[in-house]
Design a binder for this molecule. Structure first.
Ligand code: ADP
Length: 559
């Protein structure tokens, strides 16, 4: 509740909270149900209960701003970057407004002409996309979202842009672009050229002409080295994204939001929400029992909640309002996956877990589409429906329904594990987002489950607090240790298998970090990136332990 207190509850001029968590959930529920024509009170109570019981939470801006004057409720935006100073600085201003309201922004910088290209108006030389990204980075640094959190950006450059070689190493100095996740926009064509060690053409976006030819494998190796060193760049697989673009008649998607879970057109936004899977274990049942009826209900209400957000949102820009109301994209996802697995006594690194991931997400997707369809019957299909792949058979209220977001803040509020990630550590020091407070935290599920299994005492607690793991606790049998394997102990293949299982039934995308021990080699990373493409993932992000100076999460004993 510390996080709610610090960042979500409304404050007075002196910084004291003027609402309780209960009042916050009531404020949000009332606002989100205000757009219902019938049974407003019923929906208000449903939404309130969802949040108060921590069974579902919407993304942070909705929790913070719903019910406040001019409350901006969306987490994710993509804004256009065109090759003119006017457009670049218009979008910069718009991005600042989005950040101030708690949203994050993604952009593809590939339309900007390369560095040292000609500028006809001044006769000078152009600065290139990386220089403009640095301008965006500096601006982000100074818009601190009312002291609550730093803004987040995704910066993409396509693999055929002439400045791509500089882009892939743009964060190597450990200093630049710290407010950006950077990703290379990869095509299938490039992956084949890289695998076959062929040449690769770089195209000037201003002229559409080939500027020079490089070795695809050399670019890949440089990219991999940078990712090994710093975690950046990640990849986004543009062809995979566009093969599944339900609105391909509106054009080709070029970008995602900051953490990658929502591919969006320019000026599109998305509202996210996540179901807490730790809450769906059947009462008094055998461990293998999931309460599917409860999950169904949570999905139905989650979809209705997020669809309402589109209606009662305050839009900062008319272009964003137009796109949001036309396509009505939402992203219902999950958090607490690792915790659910522990409750069910299924190790994360197991086939059984991956199969359950598919079964679960398939159920969530089917239920989401049915729910969206039922809302469409009541309130109408999304306006762009007739130009979508859903037309004419699938009447939907929303062009997309599901995303797996990182749930970086809301899973802390719900006191469960992040998104579909394994536990990062069984005990860890958590530094607040603004670097203020550090807490030593033991993951609650650890004590509960070990107690239930008859393996809890003070000595075990001390050992876990010290090392963040139960690997070294001799009295605990191996099959129980396996249940508590942490992110860095889980082989990367299983990280990817989970991402693939969830992606298979997610119409938007899955945000997942493939956490790796510091001993991971560059060639492992090359294999991971390539496997991600072969698996049909929409993007890939890795993080090698210790490769960034300021990790938000750190294992106990690792500091
Ligand atoms: P939360 O748990 O706060 O709801 P997530 O960690 O699930 O958020 O992130 C969801 C999306 O919210 C991100 O992909 C990004 O678009 C946006 N977002 C996350 N953190 C920030 C931030 N610090 N500033 C701006 N936007 C953010």
């Amino acid at each position: 509740m510390l996080l709610l207190e610090e960042r979500y509850l409304q404050k007075n001029g002196q910084g004291a909270s003027i609402e309780t968590p209960d009042q916050l959930f009531r404020r949000v529920a009332r606002h989100i149900s205000s757009v219902e024509n019938k049974k407003k009170d019923h929906w208000e109570n449903c939404f309130y209960n969802l949040m108060a019981k921590m069974e579902f939470l919407p993304n942070s801006p909705t929790l913070m701003n719903a019910g406040l004057p001019k409350g901006q409720l969306s987490a994710c935006f993509v804004l256009p970057i065109n090759d003119s100073l006017d457009d670049i600085f218009t979008t910069l201003k718009n991005a600042a407004l989005v950040h101030q309201s708690g949203g994050g922004t993604g952009y593809n910088f590939s339309r900007i002409r390369p560095k040292n290209d000609t500028i006809s108006t001044s006769g000078g030389k152009s600065s290139g996309p990386i220089a403009f990204m640095k301008v965006y980075d500096a601006a982000t640094e100074h818009v601190k979202q009312g002291g609550k959190r730093r803004g987040a950006n995704m910066g993409i450059l396509n693999v055929d842009h002439p400045d791509i070689a500089q882009f892939v190493i743009a964060k190597l100095d450990g200093n630049s672009l710290q407010n950006f996740n950077i990703s290379v926009g990869i095509t299938d064509h490039f992956m084949k050229a890289m695998i076959n060690t062929e040449k690769w053409e770089l195209i000037n976006p201003r002229t559409g002409q080939s500027e020079r030819t490089i070795e695809a494998k050399e670019l890949w190796d440089s990219l991999i080295h940078a990712a090994w060193k710093t975690g950046d760049p990640g990849l986004i697989f543009l062809d995979t994204i566009n093969a599944h673009n339900p609105l391909f008649r509106q054009g080709r998607i070029q970008s995602t939001n900051p953490c990658g879970e929502v591919p969006l057109f320019d000026y599109e936004s998305c509202n996210l929400g996540s179901i807490n899977l730790a809450k769906i274990v059947g009462l008094g049942s055998k461990p293998s029992n999931i309460n599917w009826d409860k999950l169904k209900l949570l999905v139905q209400m989650g979809i209705r909640f997020l669809d309402n957000v589109i209606q009662c949102n305050h839009y900062l820009l008319p272009e964003v309002a137009e796109m949001a109301l036309k396509n009505r994209k939402i992203g219902l996802g999950v958090m607490g996956w690792a915790e659910l697995l522990i409750q069910l006594e299924i190790p994360y690194a197991s086939k059984e877990a991956v199969q359950l991931a598919e079964k679960l997400m398939r159920f969530i997707q089917e239920t989401s589409f049915n729910a969206s369809c039922n809302i469409a019957k009541e309130k109408g299909c999304y306006p762009a429906w007739e130009e979508s792949i859903h037309y004419p058979n699938l009447h939907l209220r929303n062009a997309t329904c599901n995303s797996i977001a990182p749930t970086g803040s809301i899973s802390i509020i719900a006191n469960t594990s992040y998104s579909i990630e394994p536990l990062y550590a069984l005990a860890f020091k958590r530094t607040g987002v603004l670097g203020t407070k550090t807490q030593q935290v033991l993951h609650p599920i650890v004590k509960d489950k070990l107690t239930q299994l008859g393996h809890w005492n003070n000595a075990i607690q001390d050992q876990i607090l010290e090392t963040g793991s139960i690997r070294e606790v001799e009295s605990i049998p191996d099959h129980i240790k396996k249940l508590f394997e942490t992110s860095l102990e889980i082989p990367w293949k299983y990280h990817l298998e989970h991402q693939r299982a969830f992606q298979k039934y997610t119409d938007n995308a899955v945000s997942k970090t493939i956490n790796l021990p510091s001993s991971t080699s560059a060639s492992d990373i090359s294999e991971i990136y390539r496997t991600a493409w072969e698996f049909g993932l929409k993007g890939i992000t890795i993080y090698r332990d210790g490769s960034k100076a300021n990790q938000v999460l750190q294992k106990c004993g690792a500091i």
